[in-house]
Ligand binder design. Sequence first.
Ligand code: TRP
Ligand code: SF4
Length: 334
Amino acid sequence: MDPTSEPIIRRIVSGIQPSGRLHLGNYMGAVRNWITLQEEHECFFFIADWHALSTNYENTAMLRGYAKEMLLDWLSLGLDPKKCTLFQQSHVVEHAELYLLLGMMTPVAWLLRNPSYKDQMVQIEHRDLAMYGFLGYPVLQTADIVLYRPSHVPVGQDQVPHLELAREIVRRFNSLYGEVFPEPLPLLTETPKLAGLDGRKMSKSYDNCIFVSDPPDAVWEKLRTMKTDERRKRRNDPGNPEDCPVFSLHEVFTALPVRQQIDRDCRTASIGCIDCKKILLEGVEALLSPAREKRKELESKPGILREIIGKGCVKAAAEADKTMELVREAMKIS
Ligand code: TRP
Ligand code: SF4
């Protein structure tokens, strides 16, 4: 293949687990890319609420609220139900049917050697994850994807092993029962690792996030107290932007010429950290302020979320239904 030619993208599927409010890291890692993709391609984006149960099966009460928040976050940032199909996994029960069927032919050894399974088993200590559903997570994810027979799946680097597994399951299915599924290709999203308030990676589990739905004063309070280069103890101490988590946010939110100026001024102590953070605030607010307006507009229309997700689920289910016909036919169980 000509290495310069763009892959032909036909249909896109991706989802996110609803595990709380969306933060800037989630936005940069996935949603920003989805908003671009919806302009050019046929896109299915879904709330992966069943997936959230795989690690949170004991706290199911939060799930409904999280799903609603997530939809609000998506819409406020610019995902547009006129341009893409937005739906909720658990409302399209074909996900469960295909998950079950794929589970019949997925070797357990493939699941046991999945790197993110092994990682999470070690990392998440406070919950007992020795569950069938947690092991089977990638099978459900495979069902989520191939149910829509997409050409591509936009994912971050961390999800690549899951997608590779999905491709293996697809190959096995196709060789057992006939060519039903195209092998989905990853559409790698470049995910700048966004620093959180404490300088570690922005993540809910570190409690260091700026959320898309934070009000302006909360955003400023977070930035104001955000960690900077430790060398700048006093105003006159020069710093190094490379060691400053604030600067890593500038790299995403502040235009290049301004950022270059800050870089110089930080190294010569010509700018104070508070002024530097005020410039960052402008960049962050350029994203969040319109999102707040949009959210307010949505919140003033009771029933709108239900309507959007309802319509999306009908569209998704129609596609899922077509695929399941083919699957049952291929497996001779129709
Ligand atoms: N595993 C993904 C995550 O944790 C969520 C997900 C579930 C997903 N099913 C998917 C992503 C299908 C892409 C395609 O973020
Ligand atoms: Fe960081 Fe800006 Fe302070 Fe430099 S001036 S240390 S980049 S906050």
